[in-house]
Design a protein. Structure first.
Length: 156
């Protein structure tokens, strides 16, 4: 499979979100690399890392939308929940011994870019103006610092 390539048209204009999206793309590319090696243990580690990071990203993004008063938060959360269920099915199949790396890579490749271009771009007008205030609070007690630490354990 081909590696995913980040293009500027995927940028939301919210640096912290764009960085997280790029990290998810890196995980998807790592999954492709792991599949090419045939190392089942490595594939499992990449899947776990990808799922953990994506769940943290979703939680961070939802908190950002909530704190910004985004009116379509419930619908966005629902999209995240449905996706998490689909990925969990792949995880269960993997744990049962199935080779899911190719199918999971295809799902992630299609879903992520579509989600960014459609669902995520929809919240940008509501969230981006609030980011100015949130980013200005970068000191240790500020919202951005606290929230990144809460979901990622460090400043991602």
């Amino acid at each position: 499979m081909a590696h995913l390539i980040w293009t500027d048209n995927l940028d939301t204009g919210i640096a912290v979100i764009d960085g997280q999206h790029r990290q998810i793309v890196d995980f998807i590319n790592q999954l492709d690399d792991a599949q090419a090696t045939g190392d089942r243990e490595l594939i499992g580690e990449v899947i776990e890392g990808l799922v953990d990071y994506t769940l943290s990203h979703f939680a961070f993004e939802e908190t950002l939308m909530e704190d910004s008063g985004y009116e379509y938060l419930r619908g966005h959360k629902k999209v995240h929940e449905l996706f998490v269920r689909r990925v969990a099915e792949f995880q269960e199949k993997f744990k049962a011994g199935e080779d899911v790396a190719g199918g999971l890579h295809r799902l992630l490749s299609r879903w992520l870019f579509n989600h960014i271009r459609n669902d995520d771009s929809a919240y940008v007008p509501a969230v981006k103006p609030k980011m100015t205030v949130l980013v200005e609070e970068k000191d240790e007690g500020g919202w951005l610092s606290r929230t990144l630490g809460r979901f990622f354990g460090s400043h991602s």
